[in-house]
Design a protein around this ligand. Structure first.
Ligand code: AMP
Length: 199
């Protein structure tokens, strides 16, 4: 059975960094919807333009479009053993769609949902810092605040959702990257059957 990890936490909480470390350690590819949407920038279609506009405002891309993008990505060969989902699901509708997809297509389920806990001010500071470093235009102060607001309204309810399923693990995201990583890897090793994840 393939292994699926869902990384939760506000934008800037370290999901992308930790997803890359999980990929190195366990060979589970990082599937980042933010990266997939940013990659659309190069194609000049009405959908791609619409997605860029939504991202620039800090809003969420529609559930339908997002779910389609994830379905397509998870069906590729490199995800045969599973994946680490970074930035997806972000709404209840997406979480239900993921559960359905994993059950019906991959006969699997979410094995663990680590939550990186970081306070609002620190989150916004990190989003802004990253915007400067990476030239990400979707991250001005106003947009960073909007992104946090959207996280609280639409995505934070998933904390209870995964907690009720018994897969949520809270990680202190304020610690240095290496400490976050060691807490995370220990939590994964405890909860996930690694022989399968490493295959
Ligand atoms: P991220 O890099 O994960 O912070 O995502 C950047 C932007 O892409 C978000 O602010 C949204 O506009 C869009 N996005 C990424 N993932 C999702 C998702 N699961 N649902 C809707 N929109 C998303």
């Amino acid at each position: 059975m393939a292994t699926y990890i869902v990384l939760l936490g506000p934008p800037g909480s370290g999901k992308g960094t930790q997803a890359k470390l999980i990929a190195e350690r366990f060979g589970l590819p990082q599937v980042s919807t933010g990266d997939l949407f940013r990659a659309m920038k190069s194609s000049d279609t009405p959908l791609a333009r619409k997605v860029q506009e939504i991202m620039a405002q800090g809003h969420l891309v529609s559930d339908d479009v997002t779910i389609e993008v994830v379905k397509e990505r998870l069906s590729r060969d490199d995800c045969k053993q599973g994946a680490t989902l970074d930035g997806f699901p972000r709404t209840r509708v997406q979480a239900d769609a993921l559960e359905h997809l994993l059950e019906s297509t991959f006969q699997s389920h979410v094995a663990i949902a680590p939550l990186f806990e970081v306070e609002r001010e620190e989150t916004i500071r990190r989003i802004m810092g990253r915007a400067v470093q990476q030239g990400r235009q979707d991250d001005s102060l106003q947009v960073a605040e909007k992104r946090y607001e959207v996280y609280i309204a639409d995505t934070a309810p998933l904390i209870d959702y995964y907690s009720n399923k018994g897969v949520l693990v809270r990680i202190d995201g304020n610690q240095p990257v290496e400490k976050v990583a060691s807490d995370l890897m220990a939590a994964i090793e405890k909860k996930v059957n690694l022989n399968q994840a490493a295959q």
